[in-house]
Design a protein around this ligand. Structure first.
Ligand code: COA
Length: 180
């Protein structure tokens, strides 16, 4: 697939049948995730996936012609949205896929019209609180300078640097209710 075939891609909830594709992308980047060095087998990822709602997690993928090219895990407790894991297939980076994934969650958060029906936990929250804009956070390892530049380009600002854990906490800033 060439990069110009990516225009018709879309962000969808990941199903269990997509996990074999997700595990390949995951295992290409374990050093960048905030649980550093954590690799998965299909079985361990399936266990995580099956228990995802206990941790308020939803898994989203960027799909182009049924091929998974990137994914993100969103943690969605009632008071915030956390982008926990985000990765794009190496061969398809710098084509706007990471941006599409992050934009999806920002648009879901900021627009009542957007197709939030596919967000299982946010839908519940919708019923509980009507529409409420939540702060969006992510964490990035200090050594992951590319990840940091990516999030800053998309409007995330550094909130805290934890030298002991080697992590940076970032918050999406535009119109954010909880920004200080
Ligand atoms: C970080 C990552 C998700 C970015 O995905 P991507 O699809 O390549 O990013 P995009 O093409 O959507 O880029 C979006 C914007 O960020 C910018 N950007 C992306 N990577 C960048 C980098 N390394 N340096 C500077 N800017 C960068 C792009 O130029 C683009 O800006 P523009 O639209 O104004 O041109 C991808 O590189 C990746 O999977 N990295 C490994 C895993 C990781 O580090 N995840 C993040 C921490 S969990």
């Amino acid at each position: 697939m060439k990069s110009n075939d990516l225009n018709n891609g879309s962000v969808l909830l990941i199903n269990e049948s997509d996990l074999n594709q997700m595990v390949k992308i995951w295992n290409d980047f374990p050093e960048f995730f905030t649980s550093p060095g954590r690799t998965h087998t299909l079985e361990t990822l399936k266990t995580w996936f099956q228990n995802r709602h206990q941790d308020y997690h939803d898994y989203y993928g960027y799909f182009s012609t049924n091929k998974l090219l990137g994914f993100m895990i969103i943690r969605n407790p009632s008071d915030a949205l956390w982008i926990k894991m985000l990765a794009v297939d190496r061969s398809f980076q710098r084509n706007g896929i990471g941006r599409s994934l992050v934009d999806f969650i920002i648009r879901c958060n900021y627009s009542e019209d957007y197709n939030v029906k596919r967000i299982s936990l946010q839908e519940k929250q919708h019923r509980l609180h009507k529409h409420r804009i939540l702060p969006i956070y992510t964490e990035c390892l200090i050594k992951n300078t590319n990840g940091l530049k990516f999030f800053q380009r998309l409007g995330f600002k550094i909130k805290k640097i934890d030298q002991i854990e080697g992590e940076i906490l970032l918050q999406y800033q535009e119109n954010c209710i909880n920004s200080e």
